[in-house]
Design a protein around this ligand. Sequence first.
Ligand code: PLP
Length: 310
Amino acid sequence: MSKHGWAYLGGKQVPLKEANVGIMTHALHYGTAVFEGIRGNWNNDKGQMYVFRLKEHYERLLRGCNIMRINLPFSVDEYCKITLDLLLKNNFKEDVYIRPLAFKGAEMVANLKLHELSDEFALIILPFGSYIDNDRPIKCQTSSWRRPEDTIMPTGVKITGLYTTSILAKTEAVSAGYDEAILLNNDGTVSEGSGENLFIVNGETISTPCETDNCLLGITRDSIIQLAEAQLGLKVVQRRIHRSELYLADEIFLTGTAAHITSVGELDNRKISTGKLGQITGKLQDLYFSAVVGENEKFYDWCTPITPIN
Ligand SMILES: Cc1ncc(COP(=O)(O)O)c(C=O)c1O
């Protein structure tokens, strides 16, 4: 990955190639960090970038920091401002991925007491196209790895250490020729994808696992629920979902900042319905893709526009 551009570390903007931490940094050894993934979507017709639901991402980051006893000096609004300033400094004219990271920056290895470790905040912004190819329905595998329960590790926020499970699951799925992994809970009910929330469609009803099913409360998930209800008049039910319901669904789709909204055409070598892009998934994709580039009037307040300097 190119190390071009500007980052934010130690309370100031620095060239990305100088934004480094030491080998003894606590977070590097124990996963004691909380992160966010935010997208800036480039609208070529308008010559503007739209940052999607910036405030909600920082609200979730600070919730994670609370759990991990990471004390950050600034408010949500101030982190939004730091992010917008860094976006202007980088002046990208393409889709970007914005990665804030709040971490135990103490160079202290043999210490497992969060309250004794000092905190750091870093921010990087990288050009970012598609994470998963959204042009075709993808093939998924039910993972042999289970989604950790919230009794084992907090699952509703993005703690870096939690992602070892997602990484094992994704690696297993891709190595076996699939595009993505779907993780079950320990009791065998459905949780989510390795980096996405999951929805099923049956007739006019959309269902998605609830918070107590150990899934991340995704910001894209929330956006899709609002779009489906407000603009398609569909009912979205948050409930426990059995594994076998997935094979029998009319449609399955995954949602996430990186993956956007991705249709699942096949799961464990079984076609989902016809295996083609479902009608409701397609309509939600259209609504979502126009919302993220500031073209859905009703949801314009989800977007923060940035005009690059020429
Ligand atoms: C495990 C996991 N689930 C779900 C999501 C989707 O969340 P969001 O829509 O907020 O990006 C993500 C991505 O952030 C994730 O990493």
